[in-house]
Design a binder for this molecule. Structure first.
Ligand code: NI
Length: 166
């Protein structure tokens, strides 16, 4: 199974490639992503975080939230956005760091289902935040990318837990 890449890996900082078709290998990758996310204690994971430069992300909200189902985002994009809210976020690629990030409060996101059909739905609250965080990953943007250079430098020093590399 794949593993999380280090925060220094260039794959995290470039725009991911579009998913061309959903086949067995993509489904296997999606299963692995849910597993890695669960093991790491995250609520969202984007494919570049495990070294796959693909427009693909998974989200699983905590069980006590309204939306507890598993979500797969394939070539997602935000088509409408409303309001704004700042909240502290963490990221599996940046262990030990939390950053206050301003996001849209409510969004409409367009994504593809397993047959390639484009579907659209509304999201608010933590789910909207998680989707925006993952779409940022697909565009090569991390939460520390939003900081000023000085704050980014300080934040990087706080990456304490190293992700083990084999
Ligand atoms: Ni993240």
């Amino acid at each position: 199974m794949k593993k999380l890449v280090r925060h220094t890996d260039p794959v995290l900082y470039k725009k991911a490639e579009s998913v061309k078709k959903v086949d067995d290998s993509l489904c296997g990758l999606i299963d692995d992503m849910f597993e890695i996310m669960k093991q790491s204690g995250g609520i969202g994971l984007a494919a570049p975080q495990i070294g796959e430069s693909l427009q693909l992300a998974v989200i699983e909200m905590p069980k006590d939230m309204d939306k507890s189902e598993k979500l797969v985002l394939i070539n997602p994009r935000i088509t409408s956005a409303y309001g704004s809210e700042t909240a502290v976020e963490g990221c599996l690629s940046l262990p030990g760091i939390s950053v206050g990030v301003k996001r849209f409060k409510d969004i409409v996101v367009e994504t593809q289902d397993f047959t390639g059909k484009v579907i659209s739905y509304k999201a608010g609250g933590l789910l909207a935040r998680a989707i925006q965080h993952e779409i940022d990953h697909l565009n090569g943007i991390l939460i520390i990318s939003k900081l000023s250079p000085v704050r980014r430098f300080i934040a990087k020093k706080k990456i304490t837990k190293r992700i083990p590399v084999e």
